[in-house]
Design a protein around this ligand. Structure first.
Ligand code: OVM
Length: 398
């Protein structure tokens, strides 16, 4: 006889203010309870151990994205906007847009931006460090991506203040319709109209990521009606993610001055430092999948159409996979962390994010000997992002 263990359940709201403020306790509870835990509040299946999160991420056949990667199940509910051709699609439809964007955002294609982004970072850091104290969220984590990324996409100057609120809403919209979603809802039609207008060929500069997406349509690599939606993916996923990734690494160094010293001694650690910060903070905390058909995870059968909530942040601190998981440590090898996902849908913009981090950290390492928090850091709550509102800091300069 096959032994069947009762499926553990949990009634915590992972999108409630307590869990968003500090998810560590919930993560530990879910990891300890078993490979799969039924979340009674939303009727979804939580996966928090590294092994099973990773397995779900790479198994796109059994865990589809086309029914949405948020709580909403597109089999039964109408999404708030036309689904993303990348994020909310499965093979074969997913593949042509993915191939096009992978080329445009790949390491080879980014080489032309490197020198300029390092110069912009240097100039920005020089200006910020002229003040003895600053808030690293607006002054660095927001300012740097907003200086380089919209220009790289090739959108106009007007309305760029819409980018962060739009991204914040898109990441909130993967969760339940709670206060975070409802408070922003009145602005969404206006924000969406603005974003959609930026995706048109005429709105985009001749030499940016956006124009390259349209050029791919001209070549027939994607269709002309796909091009604006691929541009929209850049504008949705490319700003808030990097802002909070950079905030994570700045927070990591402000609270681990010995690690900053190590980085300054060995600049080659810069790239691993960003990956370790992404592991440690997991700026993207969660994504859902939908069971394509009845599918087993660690002895539990997920019914076809059931939603699986993958806790990337919990997997990235699973003690079964990581030694001293709660420590930010440049000596560890962070590769294998799932903060960028894994498999077919793994973050297509990760090379852009890494380049931004390398430029900013390099500029800071040239001047700053030590960061110190000067007040309490404050979180910004979002249904998907582990985000920051404020990181008040002082930087000691060489
Ligand atoms: C998209 C997209 C991709 C990744 C994350 C994301 C809002 C959106 O293709 O629009 O979050």
């Amino acid at each position: 006889m096959t032994e069947t263990l009762a499926l553990p359940t949990d009634d915590t709201d992972p999108f409630g203010p307590e869990a968003l403020e500090d998810p560590a306790e919930l993560h530990a509870t879910l990891r300890e309870a078993g490979p799969v835990v039924y979340l009674t509040r939303y009727g979804v299946y939580a996966v928090a151990r590294y092994k099973h999160v990773r397995a779900a991420l790479v198994d796109w056949q059994d865990f589809q994205s086309a029914a949405g990667v948020g709580l909403s199940n597109f089999r039964y509910e109408r999404p708030w906007r036309a689904p993303s051709l990348l994020l909310e699609a499965d093979p074969p439809h997913h593949d042509a847009p993915r191939r096009v964007l992978s080329g445009i955002l790949g390491p080879r294609a980014l080489r032309r931006l490197r020198e300029q982004w390092f110069a912009v970072a240097d100039e920005l850091v020089g200006r910020v460090l002229a003040e003895p104290e600053f808030d690293a969220v607006p002054a660095l984590a927001e300012a740097f991506p907003l200086r380089v990324f919209p220009d790289a996409v090739g959108i106009g100057r007007e309305g760029r203040e819409n980018l962060l609120p739009y991204g914040d809403f898109a990441f909130n919209a993967f969760g339940p319709g709670n206060d975070l979603v409802n408070r922003a809802a009145p602005d969404v039609p206006r924000l969406s109209r603005w974003v959609d207008r930026q995706c048109a060929r005429e709105a985009l500069a001749a030499d940016g990521f956006g124009a390259r997406i349209w050029a791919a349509a001209d070549r027939g690599d994607i269709t002309p009606d796909q091009a604006p939606l691929v541009v929209r993916s850049l504008l949705t996923a490319g700003v808030d993610t990097t802002v909070h990734g950079l905030a994570a690494v700045l927070y990591a160094f402000a609270t681990n001055p010995g690690q900053w010293q190590r980085l300054r001694e060995r600049p080659a650690l810069t790239r691993a430092a960003f990956d370790e910060a992404v592991r440690w903070q997991s700026p993207v905390q969660t994504f859902f999948r939908t069971a394509t058909t009845d599918t087993r995870i660690g002895g539990t059968t997920i019914p076809g159409g059931g939603k699986i909530l993958m806790f990337l942040g919990a997997a990235n601190r699973d003690p079964r996979r990581w030694d001293r998981p709660d420590e930010f440590d440049l000596d560890r090898d962070p590769s294998g962390q799932v903060g960028f996902g894994m498999g077919l849908h793994q973050c297509v913009g990760q090379h852009v994010a890494r380049l931004e981090a390398e430029a900013l950290l390099t500029a800071l390492a040239h001047r700053v000997t030590r960061f110190e928090l000067t007040g309490p850091p404050r979180r910004h709550h979002n249904n998907t992002l582990r985000a920051w509102e404020s990181l008040p800091m002082r930087a000691r300069v060489a």
